[in-house]
Design a protein around this ligand. Structure first.
Ligand code: GAR
Length: 206
């Protein structure tokens, strides 16, 4: 079986990246992780990737002159690794049309809310403040508008009385670690979607 060569982009601790690495340890998993790249030197996830024997790269976004200059360097690194799919996993950089177009239909992101509710930052506090009864997470294709692209997978978790953002984030993170590997598998294996539009994983068991 040919496995889809996948790069994971991170900015921090990399727990979603680790979930993808763990899933891809199974030789039957349809994607292999060929590169973990961070825009933040010393990002915690880099150590986890190295320990797992995965190639890593650090491309600091600072001092590059422009967003696009940074992205061109990152893009070149992805091409060097013969990357076919890109997974953003806590990658906290807004992307320009250059990068989004270069990876159109081949780049996924995980976002800690039930999109289209609560795009952007501070999702958990905003969900609590709004009185929402469910929070959750979404894996979607990346398009030029932030947190808007076609949805591949979602999972909902309850918001319980007394939850603060920290408690809700922890509950959502457990779900993130399940749906991201499931979503990547669906995209990498090209499973036809019920809707015909994009491969879809609907509420996988948590
Ligand atoms: C995750 O909760 C992810 O959904 C979120 O950052 C966290 C990264 O954690 N991403 C965003 O907010 C993107 N806008 P991780 O580094 O442990 O995977």
């Amino acid at each position: 079986m040919k496995r889809v060569r996948t790069a994971v982009l991170i900015s921090g601790r990399g727990s979603n990246m680790k979930a993808l690495l763990d899933a891809a340890k199974d030789p039957a998993y349809p994607a292999e992780i060929v590169l973990v790249a961070a825009n933040v030197p010393g990002a915690g996830g880099l150590d986890i990737a190295r320990e797992a024997g995965i190639e890593t790269a650090t491309i600091d976004h600072r001092g590059k002159g422009s967003r696009e200059a940074f992205e061109r360097e990152l893009h070149a690194r992805l091409l060097t690794a013969n990357t076919e799919l890109v997974c953003l996993a806590g990658f906290m950089r807004l992307l320009t049309p250059f990068f989004v177009d270069a990876w159109a239909g081949k780049m996924l992101n995980i976002h800690p809310s039930l999109l289209p509710a609560f795009p952007g930052l501070d999702t958990h506090q905003r969900a609590i403040d709004a009185g929402a009864k469910f929070g959750g997470c979404t894996v979607h294709f990346v398009t030029s508008e932030m947190d808007v692209g076609p949805i591949v997978a979602q999972a909902a978790v309850p918001i319980l009385p007394g939850d603060d953002a920290h408690a809700l984030a922890a509950r959502v993170l457990v779900a993130e670690h399940k749906i991201y590997p499931a979503a990547l598998a669906a995209v990498a294996s090209g499973k036809p979607a019920p809707s015909g539009a994009v491969p879809t994983v609907y509420n996988p068991p948590l």
